[in-house]
Ligand binder design. Structure first.
Ligand code: KIV
Length: 308
């Protein structure tokens, strides 16, 4: 079983993330809400990254991110599916458990995959409970706005913190007709605002805003009391999230324009593998120093046996 580490010694919790709201709506009464008191450090932007296995989880956590998300992008960037829809709950649980073993400090959030929360609501809650109980997730992420309101409320009621996700929700790719920037018309922007308010009203502790115009993300961020975490939503969000494999150059497919590349790990792997293959073929690997040796006594005995 995978267990979340206890709070303390720098462990980031859901209330910590709530306190990191940078842009406080003017209507909120800060005095009556102690969770909203913040010093300078409480205003730091929230840094979120995806991870899908033990080594990436450890590296991302030790580098000091606030939230590690086991995103369902797992299906595309690690498992090679065309999109996120085929990913199963068992696959997500398997990878969340591996990530759990690598994360000590960051808040661990697991994505609910397509189909795991679209039917019977009690089954959706049971599926979310599995992420907490069997995989050690501290929160789940649910794609969708207004139409997920009741489910989010039910999950919160079951003590499962929820991160919302609105805008370009990849699980809706067929309804959207592909991967397109959302909220670009007056009607679409109004719908997005309704989605954001619904997710907050239902009790989510944060909301991902994906691929929406910067101006709209700014408006949502200034209106909500929960932190917004942007991906392709401009710099005014309370935090940012990226897909790890996109930002380190390990994604083999198309990467969107908002995904800044900080390293080229794919190229480093290719170069290393090519060099290794050449060394093996040319007899340069392994060297004598990379080989084990017998003691001189055993070597002599071995040679003597061969000579006799
Ligand atoms: O699946 C994922 O990685 C995500 C992030 C891009 C927010 O949902």
């Amino acid at each position: 079983m995978s267990v979340a580490p206890l709070a303390g010694s720098g462990k980031i919790t859901v209330p910590d993330i709530l306190r990191r709201k940078t842009n406080i709506p003017s209507s909120s009464n800060q005095k009556s809400d102690p969770g909203r008191e913040r010093g300078e450090s409480g205003r730091r932007k929230i840094v979120c990254l995806t991870a899908y296995d033990y080594p990436t989880a450890r590296l991302v956590d030790e580098a000091g991110v606030d939230i590690v998300l086991v995103g369902d992008s797992l299906g595309m960037v690690v498992l090679g599916y065309e999109n996120t829809l085929p990913l199963t709950i068992e696959e997500m649980l398997h990878h969340t458990r591996a990530v759990r073993r690598g994360v000590r400090k960051a808040l661990l959030v697991a994505d609910m995959p397509y189909g795991s929360f679209h039917g019977d609501r009690n089954e959706a809650v049971r599926n979310a409970v599995r992420f907490v109980k069997e995989a050690g997730a501290e929160a789940v992420k649910i794609e969708g706005g207004e139409r997920r309101m009741e489910l989010i409320a039910q999950l919160v009621e079951a003590e499962i913190p929820v991160m919302g996700h609105i805008g370009l929700t990849p699980q809706s790719m067929h309804s959207f007709g592909g991967f397109r920037v959302q909220g670009k018309t007056v009607e679409a922007a109004d719908q997005l605002l309704r989605d954001a308010r619904a997710v907050e009203a239902a009790g989510a502790f944060s909301v991902v805003l994906e691929s929406i115009p910067r101006e709209l993300a700014t408006r949502v961020t200034s209106e909500l009391r929960i932190p917004t975490i942007g991906i392709g939503a401009g710099p005014e969000c309370d935090g940012q999230v990226l897909v790890l494999h996109d930002m380190i150059g390990l994604s083999l497919g198309h990467t969107p324009k908002f995904s800044r590349r900080y390293a080229n790990v794919g190229e480093a792997i290719s170069q290393a593998v090519t060099a290794y293959a050449e060394d093996v073929r040319e007899g340069r690997f392994p060297s004598d120093a990379e080989s084990y040796h017998l003691s001189s006594e055993v070597r002599e005995r071995l040679l003597a046996v061969r000579r006799s």
